[in-house]
Design a protein around this ligand. Structure first.
Ligand SMILES: [Zn+2]
Length: 91
């Protein structure tokens, strides 16, 4: 999702000062996303729904293949097509 929130002049976490003409999306020192700290209730709701449905989409897609075409899921996994599906737990 595109974040249109206002960029901060310095990182809220490590206080790195961003170049004034080009505020970064992420802090190059610590990696924290650079956006205004106060969020509206609508934005929080939007982010929550995005997270839920994005995750659920992967769950339903994976479960459908596991139930009806388990070999197809294995084939796609071995072909490297892994992003649309729930990731395997780390060994
Ligand atoms: Zn930082």
């Amino acid at each position: 999702m595109a974040h249109t929130a206002t960029k901060l002049p310095a990182c809220a976490n490590c206080h790195y000062t961003f170049p004034p003409d080009r505020p970064n999306e992420f802090c190059p020192r610590c990696g924290q996303q650079n956006h205004e700290l106060s969020l509206s209730a609508g934005h929080v709701l939007e982010e929550t729904l995005e997270g839920l449905f994005h995750f659920d989409g992967k769950v339903f897609r994976t479960a459908k293949l596991l139930l009806f075409k388990p070999g197809e899921l294995t084939k796609r996994f071995l072909e490297g097509k892994r992003m649309p599906y729930v990731p395997l737990p780390a060994p």
